[in-house]
Design a protein around this ligand. Structure first.
Ligand code: F6R
Length: 632
């Protein structure tokens, strides 16, 4: 078959953000060196945000280790919040200095970032000057871009015209919500920003847009495969003569070459691909698997599958059985049952299970029903809470607990001067805390203890002894800021030590494989590394690792290897378990774009999985939790 492309922008997909960032950094380094040879400046348009961080760190590495000089580099940043002081935590001036400029030999006057401090009436003039300055260098040789979930490039929000100039822009609600984390609350996110216009970006000699993670997959698909439209400003890049998108597997997930590869090229029809194609077909036609006909297959571009594997009738039955075999009410294995086609082994009948929960509530939110079944079915269940989760506790919640302890001491005549002092100081600190100020150590500890108490309450509720709740407090997390430290030896060690101590038959971990930044991915990396280090040990031969999806999306139906159904009563029980996390109810610190409470998100998702199985023609359950096995 001839390969067909639905993509209107050249797109390179890399295995992960690290490899992709290194490739982009290499291209930049080549450009800088080339311009050096020519005795010219390399004029770069730069972006901020989470996406380019690894590109910048790689450039710093090249500067330090490979002698890459930035003496001839001139840069123009895309944007800056308005108003914004350059030394504020969220300022792009500060970002660029910390992430790049302070670590390389770029001359001070060579970098330009829109000024967030100028008076409103001067903004227009400033923007014109900014463009003139770019022109005075002969325009941008290279523009690096990220993409917002709403398709913005720079801060050119949906609705921006293709000829728009550098200007003051009102930020879109999605953009402001995505910035809540950095500002510690939506109300604190500025409403405006100065941004280079789309026209300036379109005039750059080369444009490279980078995107990592599943949360960018939909917008990447729209920008690359959709029509050119002002509602997705990144789609304007379809008209750029020298543009390249560089993305990771997560961000590529919605492209046709990943979603329905048989429409694009010849594929190998293995079990996984057949399952993907047939479930896709069934969902698209809204027809149960067993009702699909040869004609349906042909019309959907699956004639090649029929040619190689025979009739729809046989394929349907195979896929139906594969799906059926993923469903089990016995996540720890069914004792004395033939386990040939079951997701888990029957033996040993009583297993040791270790659930890793990145934050103190992921265990119950993402796999509460399975957790409960494992306990009810007599397995020895441990939970390892990987981080304290302290930054997600609101200040007034911490204040409430601090007040409680002071009153408690007074009430019972407890005269521990130390305790009193710590808590009184924390209370004073919180009352006077300025916005975006980092919490003091005491306050962070109080917040961590609040979440620890909630996790313990869940464990009691599900029915495991408190000694089976392990609080790892992984050091990488404890910065007091959204920005975390890189994983270190201590982090690996604490995870590996626990695995070795428990010698589990099952490990459950939050498998947000494609989320390149978040705590979940870092926590998972630590588990992967620990398991890899331990895999030579005898007990590891009996250890299976099951991944649950920690974020709100679920595994694709064709990926699921174990689906654990829940009855209506079990759904309610799980809800009550989630309620133990009181600090995460009623408007949390990091609410994000989704206004639903955690228990609602969990229920919607579990119901959605059950409905999907049912639509494919399998039994109708109230809810289901889904897992994929990681074979190390
Ligand atoms: C940053 C910028 C924005 C970001 C975009 C993606 O200077 O102009 O367009 O590139 O919002 O942000 P991240 O990379 O944080 O997902």
């Amino acid at each position: 078959m001839q390969s067909v492309s639905y993509e209107r922008i050249p797109t390179n997909i890399y295995k992960n953000a690290d490899e992709a960032s290194a490739a982009v950094a290499r291209e930049l380094a080549e450009l800088i060196r080339q311009k050096q040879k020519e005795g010219k400046p390399a004029v770069l348009g730069l972006a901020t945000g989470s996406s380019p961080k690894k590109v910048y760190s790689e450039l710093i590495r090249m500067h330090k280790k490979e002698g890459l000089s930035f003496k001839n580099v001139v840069t123009f940043n895309l944007d800056e919040y308005f108003p914004m002081q350059p030394d504020a935590l969220q300022s792009y001036v500060r970002f660029m200095k910390e992430q790049l400029f302070d670590h390389v030999d770029i001359p001070k006057g060579n970098y330009h970032i829109p000024d967030g401090t100028i008076p409103m009436e001067k903004v227009r003039e400033f923007c014109q000057e900014y463009e003139k300055k770019i022109d005075s260098y002969g325009g941008l040789d290279f523009q690096l871009l990220g993409i917002g979930r709403n398709g913005h490039i720079g801060f050119n929000e949906p609705g921006s015209h293709v000829d728009s100039r550098t200007r003051l822009m009102t930020l879109d609600q999605t953009t402001r919500i995505d910035a809540t984390l950095d500002f510690g609350g939506l109300a604190k996110v500025p409403r405006r920003a100065i941004t280079m216009g789309v026209k300036v970006l379109m005039e750059a000699k080369r444009v490279v847009l980078i995107a990592w993670g599943e949360h960018k997959a939909h917008i990447i698909q729209e920008a690359v495969q959709g029509p050119v439209t002002e509602t997705v400003p990144a789609s304007y890049l379809q008209g750029h003569p020298n543009v390249q998108f560089v993305i990771d597997e997560g961000a590529a997930a919605e492209l046709t070459r990943r979603k329905a590869p048989w429409l694009v090229e010849d594929v190998t029809w293995d079990k996984q691909m057949i399952k993907k194609a047939v479930t896709n077909l069934s969902i698209s036609l809204n027809k149960p698997v067993l009702k699909l006909t040869n004609r349906d297959y042909n019309d959907y571009g699956l004639s090649d599958l029929l040619a190689q594997h025979g009739q729809a009738y046989d394929l349907n039955i195979d896929v139906f059985n594969w799906l059926q075999n993923t469903i089990t009410g016995w996540p720890g294995g069914k004792p004395n049952a033939d386990d040939t086609n079951r997701p888990e082994r029957a033996n040993p009948v009583k297993k040791r299970c270790l659930i890793f929960s990145p934050h103190p509530d992921d265990d119950i939110i993402s796999m509460g029903g399975t957790f409960q079944r494992l306990v009810d079915q007599g397995h020895e269940v441990h939970v390892a809470y990987q981080t304290s989760g302290n930054i997600a506790v609101a200040d007034d919640e911490a204040l409430r607990f601090a007040d409680f302890v002071v009153d408690f001491n007074e009430k019972f005549g407890i005269t521990s001067a130390d305790a009193d002092k710590i808590f009184k100081e924390a209370a004073r600190y919180l009352r006077n805390k300025k916005s975006s100020q980092k919490d003091s150590d005491e306050v962070r500890s109080i917040k961590g203890l609040i979440r620890k108490g909630e996790a313990k309450a869940t464990c009691r509720f599900v029915g495991i002894p408190v000694e089976h709740a392990h609080f790892l407090n992984m050091p990488f997390y404890e910065t007091g800021l959204v920005e975390k430290k890189p994983l270190g030896e201590e982090d690996y060690q604490v995870v590996a030590d626990l695995i070795e101590k428990i010698k589990p038959h099952q490990i459950y971990a939050a498998g947000d494989l494609a989320d390149p930044h978040g705590t979940h991915k870092v926590c998972l990396d630590a588990i992967f590394e620990a398991v890899n280090r331990l895999k030579g040990k005898d007990f590891m031969k009996d250890c299976w690792v099951w991944l649950y999806k920690g974020a709100w999306a679920e595994w694709d139906i064709d990926q699921i290897e174990m689906a654990v159904p829940m009855s209506p009563d079990q759904v309610v029980k799980k809800r009550l378990g989630i309620f133990k996390h009181q600090s995460q109810k009623d408007g949390v610190v990091f609410q994000g774009a989704d206004a639903r409470e955690f228990w609602q998100r969990a229920e919607d998702r579990n119901r959605g999985t059950a409905e999907l199985y049912n639509k494919l023609g399998l039994a109708e359950y109230a809810a289901m939790e889904a897992f994929v096995r990681w074979k190390f």
